[in-house]
Design a protein around this ligand. Structure first.
Ligand code: NAG
Ligand code: NAG
Ligand code: NAG
Ligand code: NAG
Ligand code: NAG
Ligand code: NAG
Ligand code: NAG
Ligand code: NAG
Ligand code: NAG
Ligand code: ZN
Length: 785
């Protein structure tokens, strides 16, 4: 398998005639763009005066009509705007000159590098100019097709959040504004200094390395009691044992308590390497410096934090790596609390769990518990037994102090940035407003699972202002077309037995679809009820944030005894995000409002652009239901093996091909090989997704006719589909963040998402006439779906 192959020989291989023709077509392309841009400009001005043609949108039309108008016109003839200019000449008959088309063409051309041979390196072909001309801003760790849209979204959210909301407006719309103000008030934050966290730390007995010998003078400290206090205060309770309430995988109509290996501050992959790994050293230095900023003696901090780091490394060492966590059956180990007590007596489980549950919710020793990694709990007992309380306490207090740093003064933030630079390459702090928007919308702080409580309020305001209802119907139509293709793929594959096929089809057809946002988000009564118990004080930033965590955790834990409603609106109410999701327990796909725009989707441009972008994404999410993890769940979202043994065997063979293909890619910048196992789910989804969308697009044109070209882009509609698909992944990363992504992530770096999936597609090779054995048309191809 090849990695990135640049082919400098391409030009030399061409004949003189070919070279002339190439040059000529490039010049022609440039001329066309210039022309098109000029015409587009002219049209904008004509529009006001010209009587529009019957099918063309009138300036005063509602978005709904305009959308419909344009999409019907697009199919056969240049869109309405282009009509008058094409007038009589006929040459432009199959080129769309509408404003949207010109705009799209310009975007495509600004990113691709047409002189690269597409059969050698399609990523370079589709994204080469983007790679050359894009600079990563100092405050970012990467830029990509998604981040361009998120940046715009962030500005829209800023306007929404900063709008003054008088007391007459409902509380749920005032909360974001209050939190934002708290976050923006740097004068207040500077004047408070370390007070907010220091006061809380005192109430928790203090940080041993700061207290010296006076810590735990009465010798009553236990980590179990500390976890209970963390929970009540709004800190994470997962530093030693990860505690959560989730849907029972084997009966997805009910919930269950999950206990899992600890949630670490640095990824396990790094920690287990110890001080050989530079990031572990960077982490250690960061710990020490932060402790010193809190007033610790440096030598003392070095000594005590080394022990605390060794404890964290030991936690990492007894945890399972991600490679071992893909088989959900192995993560499902039911125990009653009583059994738990016998096997792991180092915790009084009933008492411990009851203290973490919200008031009014109690368990007895019959309560079933899902223990995800039993070996971790065996080893944890031994580790805790040999580790002094002081070391454990130093570790736990380090974690909450580290968590508080983001809410403190510039002095702390500067040191935090230095550590972030080591981890991700980020050079500068983000503008304060950006950070505060992220805090309000829950885009920050992965450490806490329930903190994004204001996302619903902000999302509700966002969709009222910015979502075009008609996108919903068009996206739904695409979902159904692509689903139809997957159905036919299931019909055609020769490696599946009939019984497994029937189950797969049922799973496919009963997959729920959530597009845009749930209607309940527009219902103020529902929002008022949801936010009833939440308060935010603009003078208490850190405390307010902790209060939100308590609120979110209570909300989530209070569901323990309630039946699972898989279509519940609250679970699908984060529309202001540029992403898409598949849920195996819901058997559902979700496309939030935020992704139905920009590069991904527009109703007013040729459909090959949409099928290459949002269509690819839709296919990707559907295919997740049938990747190595998704396939373990049945139509109802239950963990149940519905695969006949031989079919399962054939599947694993096919997945192995993908694992080895991607596992053999080496990233040049970091010198690292991709992790074929951890990325297989995403890679299977990419490969299936782009194929399904391509076939769906072909069917669409068979029925609806071929679509026009875009100005300056002399490619067939099929070629344009692939270009759109390739450009979906144009991205630039800082080296550090790329290293992080390859080491810990489940997605392959963008370049390989393009090279890997397209080089497996026969149709791609056919559309670009790639010679057999060329890099993008290798003899050996992998295919799961
Ligand atoms: C910051 O907080 C202080 C203290 O509550 C308050 O007096 C001041 O008006 C706030 N500043 C801003 C810009 O909100
Ligand atoms: C058990 O808990 C772990 C950790 O929370 C989770 O990853 C796993 O999916 C759970 N299994 C079931 C069957 O709920
Ligand atoms: C799932 O749990 C519900 C409620 O306890 C129970 O009625 C149902 O039989 C269970 N279903 C399965 C498949 O175990
Ligand atoms: C660290 O590196 C040394 C020398 O290369 C090696 O002997 C040792 O095993 C490494 N330690 C770990 C934890 O990888
Ligand atoms: C990691 O675990 C292995 C046994 O599984 C043990 O031999 C090794 O010493 C541990 N390393 C650390 C750093 O705890
Ligand atoms: C997942 O784990 C179960 C239980 O150990 C095992 O029976 C099954 O074969 C595993 N599946 C795969 C695909 O490895
Ligand atoms: C589940 O949630 C949906 C959407 O919020 C709601 O319409 C439906 O009534 C709920 N179903 C049940 C059984 O509560
Ligand atoms: C690379 O591919 C070969 C066979 O083509 C396979 O044996 C090997 O395991 C692959 N390497 C990785 C890291 O997947
Ligand atoms: C043809 O286009 C119409 C309108 O977009 C659509 O409803 C229909 O599904 C398309 N046909 C196919 C086969 O995709
Ligand atoms: Zn995915």
């Amino acid at each position: 398998m090849q990695t990135v192959i640049k082919n400098p020989n391409w030009w030399r291989r061409r004949t003189t005639l070919e070279r002339c023709l190439t040059l000529f077509s490039i010049l022609l392309a440039i001329a066309t763009i210039v022309l098109a841009l000029g015409l587009g400009y002219a049209l904008l001005h004509e529009k006001v005066t010209d009587e529009p043609a019957p099918a063309s949108p009138k300036p005063s039309m509602t978005p709904a009509e305009a959308l419909h108008g344009d999409s019907t016109v697009l199919n056969k003839v240049p869109a309405a705007d282009g009509k008058s200019l094409a007038g009589g000449k006929g040459a432009a008959d199959d080129v769309c000159f509408s404003k949207e088309c010109v705009h799209t063409a310009s975007n495509v051309l600004s990113r691709m590098k047409p002189e690269v041979e597409p059969c050698d390196d399609f990523y370079e072909f589709a994204c080469g100019t983007y790679m050359e001309e894009t600079n990563i801003p100092d405050d970012k760790v990467s830029v990509n097709t998604f981040s361009v849209i998120s940046d715009k979204l962030q500005e829209q959210l800023k306007d929404i959040i900063t709008e003054e909301r008088p007391m007459t407006e409902p509380k749920h719309f005032r909360l974001p504004n209050s939190l934002y103000k708290a976050c923006m008030n740097k004068t207040l934050i500077e004047s408070l200094g370390t007070d907010p966290i220091v006061k809380i730390a005192e109430s928790l007995g203090g940080w041993p390395l700061l207290k010296g010998d006076s810590w735990n003078a009465d010798n009553t400290w236990t980590w179990q009691e500390q976890v209970k206090k963390f929970r009540r205060l709004g800190f994470s309770m997962d530093y030693i044992i990860d505690f959560s309430i989730g849907v029972d995988f084997k009966n997805s109509t009910v919930r269950i308590i999950d206990l899992d290996q600890s949630s670490l501050a640095l990824s396990r992959e790094y920690l287990v390497k110890g001080f050989n790994e530079t990031l572990v050293s960077a982490y250690y230095d960061y710990m020490v410096d932060i402790a010193v900023l809190f007033g610790a003696n440096k030598e003392q901090a070095k000594k005590e934090l080394l022990e605390s780091l060794e404890f964290e490394i030991a936690l990492a060492n007894i945890s399972w790596p991600n490679e071992k966590r893909r088989n959900s059956s192995e993560l499902y180990n039911l125990r009653s609390t009583q059994q738990l007590q016998q096997s792991y007596p180092y915790v009084q489980w009933v008492d411990y769990i009851n203290a973490l549950l919200p008031e009014g919710l109690q368990i007895t020793e019959d309560e079933p518990i899902n223990l995800s990694v039993p070996s971790f709990f065996d080893d944890l007992g031994k580790l805790l037994a040999k580790t002094p309380s002081r070391v454990i306490a130093n570790y736990m207090m380090w974690r909450i102090h580290a968590f508080s740093v983001g809410f403190l003064t510039d002095e702390f933030r500067k040191r935090q940035l230095q550590y972030a630079t080591a981890l991700s390459g980020r050079q500068e702090q983000e503008a304060r407003w950006k950070e505060c928007v992220d805090i309000v919308t829950g885009s920050e702080y992965d450490e806490l699972e329930y903190e994004d409580s204001l996302a619903i309020s902000v999302g509700s305001l966002y969709v009222r202002k910015h979502f075009n209802q008609d996108s919903k119907a068009i996206a739904l139509e695409m979902v159904n077309n692509i689903r139809g293709v997957f159905n036919d793929i299931l019909d055609e594959v020769n490696w599946m037995d009939g019984k497994t096929k029937t189950e797969a089809k049922e799973k496919l057809h009963r997959m729920a679809t959530h597009i845009g946002y749930p209607d309940e988000m527009l219902d103020n009564e529902k929002l008022a009820k949801y936010y009833d118990k939440l308060e935010v004080n603009p003078d208490k930033y850190f405390e307010s944030f902790l209060g939100m965590n308590v609120f979110g955790t209570d909300y989530s834990f209070n569901k323990l005894r309630l039946p699972v409603n898989k279509t519940e609106w609250v679970r699908h109410a984060r529309p202001a995000i540029v992403n898409a999701f598949y849920s195996s327990i819901e058997n559902s796909i979700q496309f939030p409002a935020g992704i139905l725009q920009g590069h991904f989707f527009s109703a007013q441009r040729p459909k090959y652009m949409n099928y290459g972008a949002i269509g690819y994404v839709i296919g990707h999410e559907i295919t997740h239901g049938f990747d190595d993890q998704g396939r373990q769940f049945d139509v109802k979202g239950n963990l149940r093996d519905w695969w006949q043994p031989d079919t399962q065997k054939a599947y694993l063979e096919k997945a192995k091909c993908i694992i080895e293909q991607y596992g053999n890619y080496t990233d040049r910048a970091t010198g690292l090989n991709l992790n074929g196992i951890n990325t297989q789910g995403e890679n299977i989804a990419d490969n299936g997704g782009v194929k399904e969308s391509y076939i769906a697009y072909r069917r669409w044109t068979e029925k609806n006719g071929s679509e026009p070209k875009l100005p300056g882009l002399e490619y067939t509609p099929e070629q344009m589909f692939w270009i759109s698909a390739g450009q979906t992944w144009c991205a630039k990363y800082r080296k550090e963040s790329l290293k992080m992504r390859i080491t810990t992530g489940v997605h392959s770096p963008s370049q390989f998402r393009v090279l890997g999936s397209l080089s497996n597609m026969k149709d791609f090779a056919k559309d670009f006439q790639c010679p057999d054995g060329s890099p993008m048309n290798p003899v050996k191809k992998c295919e799961v779906w």
